[in-house]
Design a protein around this ligand. Structure first.
Ligand SMILES: C[S@@+](CC[C@H](N)C(=O)[O-])C[C@H]1O[C@@H](n2cnc3c(N)ncnc32)[C@H](O)[C@@H]1O
Length: 284
């Protein structure tokens, strides 16, 4: 089969399964199967695939038809222009989380301090820590996760970008393993309720780790603990920065204000205008 025929066939199969981006997915999977980039596909539509390439491509398309996310099939995902390894042991980094990076960089400018100490809680693939380490060259970062498997992937990602020395990985429950002080505590914690989890699309519910998604009955358990515990770890004037789910701004804002230890509480919106990141300064 030629490249253009293989793509057309795969696109039709994925469309039939109501996959939202059938052509794009087919192209990414074919690139992965034959070890070439998209430019090669466009330049060589008439190239005949050999049996191995064809068999591998069909197998990848079958996995996608079963709703497995493309990132898990190809084993990587781009985040903040970094190519990160992902497996089913880590959440696939979302473009929305880049708003957390933007807000943390804004705060680091405002703090205008050398050798910032940053804590990333629930690091998953290491996306936030590695992105911040590449931007804030003299910062030191501690990255915590309760999943040893996630930390294994995060470490590999950090080493790939030569950040293994700058990021210290730690296994534990939120802020519990720590006693040292930080200028910024940043987190993209689980924020889905048990009930919402059951309604998530198969692509997420069946493939991504439940422990990376669900946070108690109403989805706010991790936020409550982070707000309560971060104040003991933040330097005076330090900031807590957290990604929040759609529609959670009011509830999380209230948790922070009720705590009474934080002053400025700011929300940052995503490109769609939704409040997706909250930052709060200790002491105000
Ligand atoms: C929503 S994912 C975010 C992953 C990554 N920061 C990102 O933005 O792609 C949440 C992460 O928190 C971790 N996690 C969940 N509960 C935790 C806990 N109690 N203590 C530490 N990490 C936890 C999960 O294993 C998962 O890696």
């Amino acid at each position: 089969m030629k490249i253009f025929q293989a793509l057309e066939k795969a696109e039709a199969l994925l469309k039939r399964e109501r996959i939202s981006t059938p052509r794009l997915d087919a192209e990414v999977l074919l690139c992965h199967a034959i070890g070439k980039d998209k430019h090669y596909l466009y330049k060589n539509p008439g190239k005949v695939l050999n049996d191995n390439e064809n068999d591998l491509f069909q197998a990848l398309v079958e996995r996608r038809r079963g709703r497995e996310p493309v990132a898990y099939i190809v084993g990587k995902k781009e985040f903040w222009s970094l190519d990160l390894e992902v497996t089913r042991e880590v959440l696939i980094p979302r473009p929305d989380t880049e708003v957390v990076i933007e807000e943390t960089l804004r705060i680091s400018d405002e703090l205008n301090k050398e050798n910032l100490r940053i804590l990333d809680v629930g690091t998953g693939s290491g996306a936030i820590s590695i992105a911040l380490a590449t931007q804030l060259k003299d910062s030191t970062i501690v990255a915590v996760d309760s999943s040893m498997e996630a930390l294994r992937i995060a470490r590999r990602n950090a080493e790939q970008y030569e950040m293994g020395e700058r990021i210290h990985f730690l296994c534990g429950n939120l802020l519990k393993p720590l006693s040292e002080k930080f200028d910024i505590v940043v987190s993209s914690p689980p924020y889905v309720s048990e009930a919402e989890f059951e309604r998530l699309p198969d692509e997420i519910r069946k493939f991504e780790p439940k422990g990376a998604l669900v946070s108690g009955k109403d989805g706010t358990e991790c936020y409550r603990e982070l707000v309560e515990d971060a104040k003991y770890l933040l330097e005076s004037g330090g900031w807590l920065v957290m990604e929040i789910g759609w529609g959670q701004a009011e509830a999380i804002g209230e948790i922070i204000r009720n705590d009474g230890s934080y002053g400025d509480v700011l929300f940052r919106r995503d490109l769609g205008g939704r409040k997706r990141v909250v930052s709060a300064r200790i002491g105000g």
